[in-house]
Design a protein around this ligand. Sequence first.
Ligand code: SF4
Length: 425
Amino acid sequence: MSMQNKNPLYDLALRVSEAGPDDLAFDGLRVLQHPERFRKFLMGKGLDIEPVTLQIWPSLSCNVRCPTCPFRLTDAKAQADNDENLHLMPLPLFRKILKSIKRGDVKSVLLTGGGEPLMNPDIGIMAEELHSSGLDWGGFTNGLALTTDIAERLLRAKPGMFRVSLDAGDPSLYKKIYAAESDIFELVKSNIIAAGKIASKLGYKWFGIGFALIPNVTDTELVNIRNTFIDLVEQSNFGMNFASFRPRVVHHNNGKVVIPQKWSGQYHNLAIRVRELIVLPMESKYREAVRLDHKFGAFADCDRDVSPTGGWGHVWNPTLDHRGLGSIISHLAGSSNNPSIWDGVAEGKDFWESWKSDKRKKVLRQILEGEIKLPVANGARAVDAFLEEVRSIFPEWLDEAGADKVMDGIESWDFHRSSRPNFVG
Ligand code: SF4
């Protein structure tokens, strides 16, 4: 222990653990649970790290038209929103990606969007093939198409996490966010209850809902969220048993990062309100029976008036859009003028060849040097925050002996360990 106390990396890991989710870097601590990769980072080989989590878009098409959908505010969905065709990832392309990444050390896949993943009729097959391949996988949906059949099929494929974005506790707020009528809000709630009952029957523990919130949400709307959450937990026999709270922002508009945010200066206060009106009452009511993932530090970070720095974290969780094109910045995926694009597996490219290409590394360097700006609340923000703290204590890259020394005994260090380290971002 005395050696560890003299080790600045150990001290940092403990300090961030003690701060908990109030510290933006807390979620980034999980990079220490991938010691081989982290060692490469310490030695200045961070660009060569293989992704831990790959985000894949099964569909660009969506069954709603949220006014502030990040992929509508770029032009990624311009065509998909305006024609009758479904813009989906074909199953052969998905299988090609799966086969490629299995040749490396990717740990998990997140089925996300882009658009609504459940619009892809092959989503059940994709989930089953991910599960049988031995990869961890997780997914997100807006819940409109979450029928009992598809819910059962997906949950039987044992996702490490499966979450419905609800974002509101009453029809009026739901309408503002999803531009959908109140019967849609009721439909999504009933889908969550039905899917939660299936999760309960299967003994599945990781089915939850998500709330992305803007500071102009009222206290009444927050209380409505709390009451809706209680209702859904209890009606689903605790099959739906976790909720995530994160900041809602506009990442890009007209091709530029949005800094400062319209509600900059009020996100930290919103985090406090979420804690007081939802998290603390829920913890006191349910104790360990429900889980609440309150990204407190991520809220406060949205008050910034300069673009976030970093970029190393984007190596850990890149995105492939429905065509297999790679994007370093997930919120720019699919857009026509995406400066962070790389080849991915599109047009016959092999994933690992593409990953090792100069093109991908060049884009990363441009991000690291600030030539390509990062949006607030980007998907790698927590990892970046932690890695930047690491850089501040080791401004020079370490050699092998130096890396070995600071990581000596890391497997037994008593920092906070994520129960799902294979999901990064
Ligand atoms: S549900 Fe998601 S993908 Fe669909 S429009 Fe809304 S934000 Fe975009």
